[in-house]
Design a protein around this ligand. Structure first.
Ligand code: MSP
Length: 644
């Protein structure tokens, strides 16, 4: 690193298989990485945050065939879903790599050829068992079951017998160098307990690794020998090089490699802590600093995974809460090395208590008092007194501790500590009883100081929370009248007392809604139940469906139906004429925001009279928690166009 260049921080997630849509477990790895990336950006480091997709191999080939798609069609579909989810979770990755990207394929082929030229790759024949689900060659000592097959010791699935010509990587050559490297770099595998597991595996002896397949077509072809495709893990692990620019953006690659931390789940530790450093040693690249193996989210004590059919869809939470409560819960609930049981009850309990009660109320009450007592102006009219000083000094100490926790990947500890402080600020407010001071004109200065101190603490809390809850951090800062976003203030220059007086705070709604369990669970239609519903559903023939005249309607006017809470009288243009309809959407939308919107309506339904108004059309909407959400068009369409 040259003298002037900034310290770098390169963090990666595993690249996700594209055989199916992502679940809470995948979201977890990515959220941890995002929080760490954001914190390191606050520190002023030059951050490179990489995520992406693992698209080749037998697992994807098989999943695509089952769905009647080509592997690339399946990959394209799933990649779209993954990117949408990362957006919904506020993930700030700097690059998204797909292993089907041509620069990646080229880079892997180049490394393959180099290793072959060096004698680290040689040709032979592989005979043994393979687990398609884990894309893993089973160890020889896994016993053959009575029925004549082997079971994958990791995922419990039936393995298949493989017998084919292949290229081997000389893994055995790296047994001693790996053990030496682990001994010299105890931080390489974290948490520390996992290092022992890895080292003892290597000590038992490493066999050479088959790194090509002839029976799998969906993979990177071996250069000069295209009957062979490269083994998916050899292909995938190299994403950490190519994603950073190896062989196509060498400037970026030189700047960021070696990676600071590869964040992974503990299930893929051996691939990362044994194969990966061996490949890198062979190709003479420096090794990454840390491989961090996090724990699993379990459901009913079993790892959440597609094959077990116990996965949770993150959108169930995202639809009601947005990204921050889910991010907070996943990072707060368990230390990242351990497993945790996920339940919606546990989620709601934590979110209602920590976010809605402790933090949300603190923010809401403080801003309401500043509005009520000072017309919204933050004023600072009196010297700090003992209790005031304590709140400031406790924040300064908290900031240092939180930085240490974040730097050591101890996110749950950071959040725990921040909450101790949140509650001490709540206590400060309760003990100083500003509402009583407000009754006495001579205590106005004292009142101003207490509210200033509380607002400054809230600004500090939301700054420290920003890596975990970026949206809330930004929101709280804008409520406080800050003209910057938290990410624009470097960690070292953030100061409690930099809350400016004379700023005007905004009127706010509560930051985090309080949601009741029964309302929330209504939203979570478990697949089994919805399936049953479908079974009972009346089947409509295509001819019957065709009878429905669905059109694009453009809303011209909307107004409340007097005496009702949620009925709106809406006038729509259907191209050839105007229609009036009455719709129960008034608790989701204000009349004004609907004007000009285009939506789908049925125009040949028998008219109905509602509250004395003839409703001559009906709109389509989804019902979410008792509220109607209308699907609007996201491209230009003209009113009256047919919807089929
Ligand atoms: N494609 C490989 C990784 C290649 S990296 C060079 C892979 N993909 S995966 O989609 O199956 O898993 C990606 C990550 O999600 C892994 O780190 C895995 O541990 C994590 N999780 C999948 N299910 C999980 C839970 N239930 N809980 C926590 N994380 C889990 O493996």
């Amino acid at each position: 690193m040259s003298k002037n260049s900034k310290e770098t921080f390169y963090i990666s997630t595993p690249i996700y298989y594209v055989n199916d849509i992502p679940h809470i477990g995948h979201a977890y790895t990515t959220i941890i990485a995002d929080a760490l990336a954001r914190f390191n950006r606050l520190l002023g480091k030059d951050v490179f945050f990489l995520t992406g997709t693992d698209e080749h191999g037998q697992k994807i080939e098989k999943a695509a065939a089952e769905k009647g798609l080509t592997p690339l069609e399946l990959a394209n579909k799933v990649v779209g879903r993954i990117k949408d989810l990362w957006k919904a979770l506020d993930i700030s990755n700097d690059f998204f790599i797909r292993t089907t990207d041509p620069f990646h394929e080229k880079g892997v082929q180049k490394i393959f050829l180099n290793l072959k030229a060096k004698g680290d790759i040689y040709k032979g024949t592989y005979q043994g068992w393979y687990c398609v689900s884990d894309e893993n060659f089973l160890a020889e000592d896994v016993p053959v079951e009575a029925e004549g097959y082997k079971t994958c010791p990791d995922c419990g699935k039936k393995a298949v017998l493989v017998s084919e010509d292949c290229y081997f990587f000389k893994l055995s050559r790296y047994q001693e160098p790996l053990l030496q490297f682990y001994a010299q770099n105890p931080e390489f595998v974290r948490p520390a307990s996992r290092m022992n597991e890895v080292a003892s595996f290597v000590r038992q002896g490493l066999r050479d690794l088959s790194i090509t397949r002839t029976t799998v077509k969906w993979g990177i072809p071996v250069p000069d020998d295209p009957d062979h495709t490269i083994y998916v893990w050899f292909d995938a692990l190299h994403n950490y090089l190519t994603g950073a620019g190896y062989d196509w953006d060498m400037e970026r690659f030189r700047k960021f490699w070696p990676a600071t931390i590869h964040l992974i789940g503990k299930d893929i530790l051996r691939f990362h802590a044994i194969f990966w450093p061996a490949f890198l040693m062979a190709a003479q690249f420096p090794l990454p600093k840390t491989i961090y193996g996090h724990g699993w989210w379990l459901r009913d004590e079993a790892k959440m995974s597609k094959s077990r059919g116990n996965v949770l869809d993150p959108y169930v939470i995202l639809r009601t809460f947005g990204p921050d409560p889910l991010r907070y819960f996943l990072l707060r609930e368990i230390p990242i090395g351990l497993d945790g049981n996920f339940s919606h009850e546990g989620f709601l309990h934590r979110v209602n208590s920590d976010l809605a009660n402790d933090l949300g109320n603190l923010v809401h009450r403080t801003l309401t008092m500043i509005q009520g007592y000072f017309g919204g102006l933050i004023e600072d009219l009196e010297e700090e007194q003992a209790g005031d000083k304590e709140i400031r000094q406790a924040f300064d100490a908290l900031k240092e501790r939180v930085a240490d926790f974040y730097e050591n990947y101890a996110l749950s500890r950071a959040l725990e500590d921040i909450w101790v402080y949140v509650n001490s600020v709540n206590k400060y407010l309760a003990e100083n009883e500003p509402w009583k001071l407000a009754e006495n004109a001579t205590r106005k200065k004292r009142l101003a100081r207490i509210l200033y101190q509380t607002a400054a603490a809230i600004r500090g809390i939301s700054y420290l929370l920003y890596p975990v809850m970026p949206e809330s951090g930004r929101k709280i800062w804008s409520y406080l009248g800050e003209n910057k976003a938290p990410e624009e203030v470097p960690f070292t220059s953030f100061r409690f007392e930099d809350l400016k007086t004379g700023r005007r705070v905004q009127r706010t709604k509560p930051l985090f809604p309080r949601v009741l369990l029964q309302d929330f669970l209504k939203e979570e239609a478990p697949p089994a139940v919805s399936q049953k519903k479908e079974e009972k559903m009346d089947i409509v023939t295509f001819d019957e469906f065709k009878k429905m005249d669905l059109r694009v309607g453009e809303i011209l006017k909307a107004e409340k139906v007097p005496g009702t809470d949620k009925l709106l009288k809406i006038e729509v243009n259907i191209g050839t004429e105007k229609r009036t309809m009455v719709a129960g959407v008034g608790d989701t939308y204000s009349p004004d925001e609907l004007v000009g919107k285009k939506l789908v309506i049925i125009i040949n339904l028998k008219p109905a009279v509602i509250r004395g108004i003839e409703s001559q059309a009906m709109l389509l909407a989804a019902e979410v928690g008792g509220k109607a959400i209308i699907p609007f068009f996201d491209r230009e369409v003209s009113a009256g166009a047919k919807v089929k």
